[in-house]
Unconditional design. Structure first.
Length: 423
């Protein structure tokens, strides 16, 4: 048996990435410390409560074996630290390295000789060695690649996906020396059943992650631009995409709102780094502008349909179905549905937002928005914003005010004949 399993792991950050990772390592015989600065989250996890919904019933027994803590002192016995904290952007769309640098400081104060620090958080190429390592050195008072080492293995968690889990998604691995790269690769091979892909450097691994999401963002921005053009031509975008999709090499992307903690955020890490090197990334930023403006565009398109149907927008009653950033998932981070809601508010409409997956308190704290406890009736406009499975059972005919009610389907969720228009 490999000696790698004798290593004690500490996972820093217990969200959508950290919790499933900790569970998977425990299931494969590792001793795991799960650390988070949120005391309430730690208490919930100790009591078997997972707010992310990523832990399945089969995994709850494994979760009981994780040593959950918010006490820094508990981290000092670890051999390998894995960082899974958020890497958000600020209001100016600049990278906010606060969480990852705070985690680096925390780990630096706990490091022992020979320890390895592996980062999974999405960052721009060079961030691990240029930004995080100096913090580790400062607070550990030890030398990088002499006393401690680093690795980078980008997370590929897909929140809400019950088929693609930690163990069956290929993992990219890297290390700060060839020997450490081998150790990091061996570590993840203990839990990844479909294998790993070891690359030559930490920068390559960082870059591979950032372009995964940037490529997807640009593909969605392209079909969003198609939707803007075809709306002016009064032809159905989805029907066009379905027709084009009959060719074997046409990529099956659909228009919509692009939010969440990855696709709508990560491109800004790459563009910020590119601009610091004197290169202006026109294509990437152009795609970001299109996607960032879709909420406002959709709201105004609905308002035009209401006016066309002789509905008074001011004081109208509008229902928005869904506030999370994706279907069948409670994650509300950076949801672009809020842009649409704010635009309706600016026209004086009364907006009800209903989402059975979202946490009421989190939505209020994040967006100053009170979710409706249930779906009402007599709506002048109904917008399907998120394709939750639970919305399939809604009888639209019973909740609309009249035959003039505008039903707009952002996700092409309902049959075309049931809605007024769709994106």
């Amino acid at each position: 048996m490999s000696t790698i399993k004798n290593k004690k792991l500490a996972i820093i950050g217990l969200g959508y990435v950290g919790i499933p990772l900790a569970v998977e390592f425990v299931k494969n015989g590792f001793e795991v410390i799960g650390f988070d600065i949120n005391k309430g989250k730690i208490e919930d996890l100790k009591n078997g409560l997972d707010a992310t919904g990523e832990v399945t019933e089969d995994d709850f027994e494994a979760m009981k074996k994780i040593h959950f803590t918010d006490n820094k002192e508990d981290l000092k016995s670890a051999d390998i630290y894995i960082v899974t904290v958020p890497t958000p952007i600020d209001q100016s769309k600049q990278p906010d390295l606060g969480p990852i640098l705070s985690a680096s400081k925390l780990i630096g104060e706990c490091l022992s000789k020979g320890n390895i620090v592996i980062y999974e958080s999405t960052v721009y190429p060079g961030c691990t060695e240029e930004d995080c390592v100096p913090v580790l050195e400062k607070y550990s008072k030890m030398a990088f690649n002499e006393d401690f080492f680093c690795g980078y293995s980008p997370e590929r968690i897909n929140p809400g996906d019950k088929l693609r889990r930690v163990h069956n998604i290929v993992k990219v691995t890297s290390g700060s020396t060839p020997e450490i790269a081998d150790v990091v690769d061996e570590l993840y091979n203990q839990i990844i059943t479909v294998g790993t892909h070891k690359v030559s450097s930490i920068k390559v691994a960082e870059a591979s992650k950032i372009i995964e999401n940037t490529q997807r963002d640009l593909n969605i921005s392209l079909v969003n631009e198609f939707a803007l053009i075809f709306d002016k031509m009064n032809i159905d975008t989805v029907e066009i995409l379905e027709a084009a999709g009959t060719k074997w090499n046409f990529l099956p992307f659909r228009p919509g709102l692009v939010g969440g903690h990855c696709i709508s955020v990560d491109p800004y890490y790459l563009t910020n780094k590119a601009q610091s090197l004197g290169y202006y990334p026109e294509v990437i930023l152009s795609g970001r502008r299109i996607n960032d403006n879709m909420g406002f565009y959709i709201a105004n398109r609905v308002i035009k349909l209401m006016v066309k149907n002789n509905l008074t927008v001011t004081k109208s009653k509008i229902l928005v179905l869904g506030i999370t950033f994706k279907e069948n998932c409670p994650d509300i981070r950076n949801s672009r549905v809020i842009d649409m809601i704010r635009e309706f508010d600016s026209f004086g409409a009364h907006v009800n937002v209903y989402d059975p997956y979202a946490n009421v308190e989190e939505v209020y704290d994040e967006y100053d928005l009170s979710l409706a406890p249930k779906i009402g009736t007599n709506y002048d406009a109904i917008i399907l914003a998120v394709g939750h499975d639970k919305f399939k059972d809604i009888s639209l005919g019973e909740i609309k005010a009249s035959s003039k009610t505008v039903i707009f389907d952002i996700k092409s969720f309902y049959p075309k004949q049931m809605v007024t228009d769709r994106l």
